[in-house]
Structure formats: C-alpha cells, structure tokens
Design a protein around this ligand. Structure first.
Ligand code: AMP
Length: 193
C-alpha cells in the first residue's frame, strides 16, 4: 500500500512549502491542482483559459473539470510510491470522487494533515507572497479574503469528512518551517507503523 497524504488547510497555510519537504523525505509525487492550473494558464491551454476566470475571482474551478484533471495526473504517475494531494480535494464532491477513484485502483488516502493558521496570519503571508510570486490572486486583499471565505464555505467541511474516516489530524501551522515539518513527520511516522 502506498502513502497517500491529503495536505489540507486554507490558502497561505504552508501546504506548498511543506509539500516540497515531504516529497524529498518520502519520495512521493506532489499533485497541486493550483500548480497544474497555473501551468495550463502559462501554456495558454483551453483548460487554463477556463480556469483563469475562476481563479482570478478567488472562486473554485468547477468540480467536474478539477476531478477529471486530477485523475488524469494520478494515472500518469502509476509507478508512484504515493501522492501528496495539495489543494485537492476542496469540496465534498471532490473528496468522494477521490475516494472512489483510489478504490478503483486499489489505493486509499492514508492520512489527512490539516495545517491550522489564524486568518490574519494567512492574509499577511499571502500578501507578502504576492509581492514576488507574480500570482494575481495573492496581490489583492479582497481576493485573498475571498479565497479564505471560499475555504470556510466550501472546503473546511472536509475536516469532518476525513474525521469520520479516522484520518484527520490537525497540525499547528505557526512556527519555524522545520518545526512544522517535524510535526507532520511525527504523524506520518505513527500512521506508517
Ligand atoms: P491554490 O494554488 O491551491 O491556492 O489554488 C489557486 C486557485 O486554483 C484556487 O483559488 C482555485 O481557483 C483553483 N483551484 C485549485 N485547486 C482547486 C480545486 N481542488 N478545486 C477547485 N478549484 C481549485
């Protein structure tokens, strides 16, 4: 059985940063739906053009599109030792689709790691990132707050979804990057035994 991690948390919680470190330590494939959308925007694909209208407004890209894209990426990496799902799932429909899909290939989510960071800290981090990331959705405080609102309205409920499966773990996302990484590894270690 592979190690399949849902790395969860609001925008700015540190999912991307911690994903990089987890990839290095555990040799997993990192699938960030946000990164895949941004790559499509850069390449000016139809998918990218469609996604951009939602992303620029701080809204979610429709489930159908996102789920199809994610499944295709998993299939492309059939030899993977496991995956880090970063920024996916973001709705109950996505979570259910992911469970169904993984089941169909004899896999499942091992654990959900939820990075917890207070809202004002998230806004501060995102606006700071916006100064050099070039991400338009990080540069406007209204859009940043809108994304956090969308997280509360549509995504936060997934903590319960994974909680019911006994897979939810909340992690304090405040502190040094390495300290937070150690917290994540502590949980992963105990799940792998
Ligand atoms: P992120 O890089 O995870 O912050 O995502 C940036 C933007 O991409 C989000 O604000 C959404 O517009 C879109 N996006 C990323 N992942 C998803 C997803 N799983 N479902 C819907 N939209 C997504």
């Amino acid at each position: 059985m592979s190690l399949n991690i849902v790395l969860f948390g609001p925008p700015g919680a540190g999912k991307g940063t911690q994903s990089e470190k987890l990839v290095n330590k555990y040799g997993l494939v990192h699938l960030s739906t946000g990164d895949i959308f941004r790559a499509n925007i850069k390449q000016e694909t139809n998918l990218g053009k469609m996604a951009k209208t939602y992303m620029d407004a701080g809204n979610l890209v429709p489930d159908e599109v996102t789920i199809g894209m994610l499944e295709a990426e998993v299939k492309k990496n059939s030899q993977a030792r496991g995956f880090i799902f970063d920024g996916f799932p973001r709705t109950p429909a996505q979570a259910e689709a992911l469970d169904k899909f993984l089941d169909s290939i004899g896999e499942k989510i091992t654990v959900m790691l939820a990075l917890q960071v207070p809202e004002e800290e998230l806004v501060k981090r995102l606006l700071l990132r916006g100064k050099d990331s070039g991400r338009p959705d990080d540069q406007d405080e209204n859009i940043v707050r809108k994304r956090i609102q969308v997280y509360h309205d549509q995504t936060a409920v997934l903590a319960d979804y994974y909680g019911k499966q006994g897979k939810f773990h909340g992690i304090d996302g405040i502190g040094e990057i390495d300290t937070i990484f150690d917290r994540l590894c502590g949980i992963i270690g105990s799940e792998m035994n």
